[in-house]
Design a protein around this ligand. Sequence first.
Ligand code: ZN
Ligand code: ZN
Length: 372
Amino acid sequence: MVIVDEEQDSSFKQQDGLRYSARDLAIFRARENGIPVVLGSATPSLESYYNALNGRYRSVRLQSRAIKNAALPLIQCVDTRLHKTQEGLSEPFIRALGKCLAEKHQSLVFINRRGYAPVLLCKSCAWTAICQRCSSRLVVHLRDKKLCCHHCGHQENFPRACPQCGNQDIAPFGQGTQRVEETLTAHFPAARILRVDRDSIRRKNAWQEILQAIHAQEVDILVGTQLLAKGHDFPNLSLVGILNADTSLYSTDFRASERLFAQLMQVAGRAGRADVAGHVLIQTEFPDHPLYHALQKHDYDALAQTLLAERKTAGFPPFVYQALLRAEAHNIEIVLDFLSRAANLAKPSHSVELFDPVPAQMLRLKGLERAY
Ligand SMILES: [Zn+2]
Ligand SMILES: [Zn+2]
């Protein structure tokens, strides 16, 4: 038997170098060998879910949670239109963390953005620091006094003044893990706060030490990225706070909602294991969004049905197959010309629809210009 756990996880699919999907390979090899394959997930990919609905796959549901008697966490939204945030944190959010501290339980603040702030901004001319090799903004890493590109690894020093207008009042804008850690330290000076992101686990053995510290109750508040979302059981963790999830709600990637839901379900699942009841707070401007409604009800099926209906209307997978031809070069003209010629070679028919080449949403990456 082959078991693919968390089958929806995008890390199973490798999209550069040798391209393959480990999940789809597992299905293929199981069929070749005539053995069963189990795709496990609390939030299956819509493709797998659809295959189970139409009988191509067999659906088997776990009717109880892995740990006996563990109640599902209570998931609530904090409406940031009513509760204004300061340094990215609202008052109900801070209060819940304070209560959790007083009860000597651990809490986790989830923000999927490392660094101090995602943008360095000039308030007088609106200049922002961007990467010269990528169409992306440089992330502020205050501790190292550096600006870093999270796409190509480029680093540069902090400018003293705005390179465009000379204004010296340039400031980090928005929140990253380092800034949230700093804000929480100001609110709770006595609390033991630990940041977990790719920067903090870079050192050898750091990850093991962090897990040990959490289990030995040497940490009160964890601040971290998706590294903390997956598969770890923290027995004394009772509160999970989620910041900045809204950015994925209106993404142009048609799979963004599906991924956000899976990720938030995973993070929420960290709260309230064993005998500690869990509580999850999501800070959002859109508390009535169907995704948050489904999350609050722990109702993956409701969201999956909504998303499938949207995909059917829009003509997206799993109702159609899509193939994407990508190209990159030093100059976008070359890329578009190549793709146009490739498109002319393809023969559209009643069952094949062909789309014109367009520049990638992130046009430049590592010095190359890209189009689809
Ligand atoms: Zn300026
Ligand atoms: Zn870059």
